[in-house]
Design a protein around this ligand. Structure first.
Ligand code: BES
Ligand code: ZN
Ligand code: ZN
Length: 498
């Protein structure tokens, strides 16, 4: 798909379809509509009067220009009330629209960017989010289909006086990276092994200046004392990998380093505390946090953000093989803490524990981990937002706000120290499961024990990493949740450090 700016008059744009956003109650004052209406011999007036062309949210109307305009069609898209129109709504609107115009076999589209701006969204942000959402909305996973999907849409013209090439470039890079994350989490577990995840990360790093990728194997991790991570890996014959992507976007400020850490369980059987068949069915996606981190590093590197970012993925299977760890085992983590294995299915926190210690050893002072960590976060929040847990309210707020601005909803959850009582062990420093009640918080607090003095935020994406339906920005299957927030956060941190 080719994305370009069009500085000409909307009336003379030549495309298979023109997209115009329409706010509720503003149908008679929409400038673009007024301009087109003149060439359409005021033919739109009765349609507006009858309410057929309306700014109501979810309402869209296609008009054929029948030779009266340079473009073949105009698509009026209802956006609801201007004051309520936020990034999340814009992205859903464009995702839906992308699939609709693609179904009509439109090869070229011209977008009236200004008509999608609102209180929170200027033309630059709108253009970026539109580019991102067209790419994300048209995603489909066909790696193992003999018949591949084709996308009709080839050219997108961004019509707007303020739109910059940079906006479109960013949207394109972020949208494409999101689809890379989705691909990984949709990949079957016999294909996307820890080794494969490492190869994908290495290949990405190869193409990006200032980025290096290191893959630590079982022996190297053992020499670092990663007993917590390796305890999980020992039940599987697939070799585990600690994927380390180091991006030095601001080498002059070496001390300033943020770590993005992803849970990369390429299949979670539960281990000896084995899951039910239904519970195991979706567990190829238990590496979604890792995919999010790898894809975020790709976009951060391609955008050339001026920030040092360490991307780490703790990649392994969690299997019940003959060598598997047992409930009751005690393992020693890289930072020396002893952990009693209360439940082998609470493996994400175990691999993340050592990944956090490793990040600290590499000089990270800010850490965000992204993980499909608990079923409990779904009980708490459903599938409409991500749960956030942190040890520094200002940093947690920054992460949440970074997500909000780009259309990802994140809700802060409590991390009161009293919850840690649930993780007390009779035989070790800590145990890995906190019993009933506040399961998402006790999982987070376990990870927090390994955050040292860093500012740390944990994002539990277990409830949102996968969707059962195609709707708006979301396509059925892996969602790539969290990636856009990580990029937005790094963007903010980069501009703060300048
Ligand atoms: N990978 C699961 C969490 C999960 C559940 C992700 C459903 C996506 C959908 C995680 O490893 C797990 O099994 N967690 C346990 C923790 C418990 C044993 C303390 C859980 O949530 O039940
Ligand atoms: Zn598990
Ligand atoms: Zn898991």
């Amino acid at each position: 798909m080719k994305l370009m700016i069009d500085r000409g008059e909307l009336i003379s744009t030549e495309a298979d379809v023109v997209l115009i956003g329409l706010f509720e109650g503003e149908e008679n004052s929409n400038e673009s509509m007024t301009a087109l209406n003149e060439n359409l011999n005021q033919g739109l007036n009765p349609l507006v009067a009858d309410g057929e062309i309306s700014g109501r949210s979810g309402r869209s109307v296609l008009i054929h220009s029948l030779g009266l305009l340079e473009s073949k069609r105009v698509f009026f898209i209802g956006l609801g009330h201007r004051e309520e129109y936020k990034a999340v709504a814009l992205k859903n609107t464009i995702g839906n629209t992308a699939r609709e115009i693609n179904k009509m076999n439109c090869e070229s589209v011209s977008v009236d960017v200004a008509s999608f701006t609102s209180v929170d969204i200027d033309e630059n942000v709108a253009a970026e989010l539109i580019a991102q959402s067209l790419i994300a909305g048209l995603y489909s996973y066909d790696r193992f289909k003999t018949e591949k999907t084709t996308v009709a849409l080839k050219n997108v013209l961004f019509h707007g006086a303020m739109v910059e090439n940079e906006d479109i470039f960013r949207g394109e890079k972020i949208g494409s990276a999101l689809n890379v994350a989705r691909n990984m989490a949709n990949d079957p577990p016999n294909y996307l092994t820890p080794t494969k995840m490492g190869e994908i990360a290495a290949e990405i790093a190869e193409g990006i200046p200032k980025m290096e990728c290191k893959l630590l194997n079982r022996d190297e991790m053992a020499s670092l004392g990663m007993g917590s991570f390796l305890g999980v890996a020992q039940g599987s014959i697939e070799p585990p990998k600690l994927v380390v992507m180091n991006y030095e976007g601001n080498p002059a400020d070496k001390k300033n380093k943020v770590a993005l850490i992803g849970k990369g369980i390429t299949f979670d059987s539960g281990g000896l505390d084995i899951k039910s068949a239904a519970g195991m069915r979706t567990m190829k996606g238990d590496m979604a946090g890792g995919a999010t981190v790898i894809a975020a590093l790709k976009a951060i590197g391609e955008l050339g953000l001026r920030l040092n970012v360490l991307g780490i993925v703790a990649a392994t299977e969690n299997m019940p093989g003959g060598g598997a760890q047992r409930p009751g085992d005690v393992v020693v983590a890289m930072n020396g803490k002893t952990i009693e294995i209360d439940n082998t299915d609470a493996e994400g926190r175990l691999v993340l524990a050592d990944a956090l210690t490793y990040a600290l050893s590499q000089g990270a002072h800010k850490i965000v981990d992204v993980a499909t960590l608990t079923g409990a976060v779904h009980v708490a929040l459903g599938d409409k937002c991500v749960g956030a847990f942190g040890n520094d309210s200002e940093f947690t707020r920054l992460v949440i706000d970074s997500g909000f601005e780009v259309g990802e909803r994140i809700w802060e959850m409590p991390t009161y120290p009293e919850y840690k009582d649930q993780l007390k062990s009779d035989v070790a420093d800590i145990k890995n499961a906190g019993g009933s009640g506040a399961g998402a918080t006790t999982g987070a607090l376990f990870i927090g024990e390994f955050a040292g003095d860093s500012q740390w935020v944990h994002l539990d994406i277990a409830a949102v990493s996968k969707s059962s339906a195609t709707k708006g920005f979301t396509v059925k299957g892996a969602t790539g949740s969290g990636m856009i927030t990580l990029i937005s956060l790094c963007d903010k941190l980069a501009s703060n450090s300048e």
